[in-house]
Ligand binder design. Structure first.
Ligand code: ATP
Ligand code: MG
Length: 253
């Protein structure tokens, strides 16, 4: 499981906080969605989990182990990270990008290539067309799919996904959302998933944490947030999906 225990992070010596006193827990096999508007601290939270950013205060544990006591390489190998804004290595082909962590793990070339092929098929990119291309020769949405393939390739126990489907059209987005649900059911990954799309949060989250200006507004299941919003902010956020769901329920009667 992923345990986040009273973490805080300030980038300006404590004048303002990107994340303030945040506590959350994703149980093994759960998807915890961080939902909130731009600048509320979602990416900073993910980065603290794999120590791209060090927390000022608090503690983060993966499977009961404090991330600060973990070897950095070991930490990054057990965590798949889909970066916001893609972050593929420009000098590596698509297949090399997908195999980058496998190579760190000492997996040989033939197996890396086979794995890259399987991952490309998973995200619905034709391996014959895309495996040997460089990222600059792909569209934004195709690059995002390669980013997802790369994070999944080494079968990490934990996945951090930072708006992984942001640049995709609605249809591809739904396909990949379904893929995340399928993988989760099959592989029991523990996932932190960042989005500012409330419908994506409702579709994917076992638990949704609503963040606002660095702090947690409310955490609960989709049903709890829809039925019992704890703050005016959550109430307004879930107003639209609630009215749509109610209209849908009436339609069924
Ligand atoms: N390296 C940094 N140095 C200074 N300030 C930073 C740094 N990284 C993030 N911040 C600030 O911390 C706050 C939270 O940023 P963060 O990237 O976590 O937001 P976010 O919720 O991911 O937003 P978005 O939805 O736009 O990606 C913002 O005010 C941002 O400007
Ligand atoms: Mg972000």
């Amino acid at each position: 499981m992923i345990l986040i225990d009273h973490i805080s992070k300030s980038f300006d010596g404590g004048r303002t906080y990107a994340v303030r006193d945040l506590s959350l827990c994703a149980e093994t096999g759960q998807t915890l969605v961080l939902l909130g508007s731009s600048g509320c601290g979602k990416t900073t939270t993910l980065k603290m989990v794999n120590r791209l950013v060090d927390a000022d205060a608090g503690r983060i544990e993966l499977g009961g182990q404090d991330v600060r006591t973990m070897d950095l390489l070991q930490l990054r190998r057990s965590v798949g990270y889909v970066f916001q804004g893609i972050g593929l290595f420009p000098h590596m082909t698509v297949a090399e990008n997908i195999g980058v962590v496998l190579r760190l793990n000492g997996v040989g070339r033939a197996e890396r290539e086979a794995r890259a092929q399987a991952m490309l098929e998973l995200v619905e990119l034709d391996p014959d067309t895309f495996a040997d291309r460089y990222p600059r020769h792909l569209s934004g949405g195709q690059q995002q799919r390669v980013g997802v393939a790369r994070a999944l390739a080494s079968e990490p126990e934990y996945l951090l996904m930072d708006e992984p489907f942001g640049a995709l059209d609605a249809l591809t987005r739904e396909t990949l959302q379904a893929e995340v649900l399928r993988l989760k059911a099959k592989l029991h990954k523990t996932i932190l998933f960042v989005t500012h799309d409330i419908f994506e949060a409702l579709a994917l989250g076992d638990v949704i944490a609503v963040m606002h200006a660095g702090h947690l507004e409310q955490v609960g299941t989709p049903g709890e947030l829809l039925r019992r919003p704890a703050t005016a902010f959550v109430e307004s956020l879930f107003g639209k999906p609630r009215s749509q769901l109610m209209a849908f329920a009436e339609h069924l009667q």
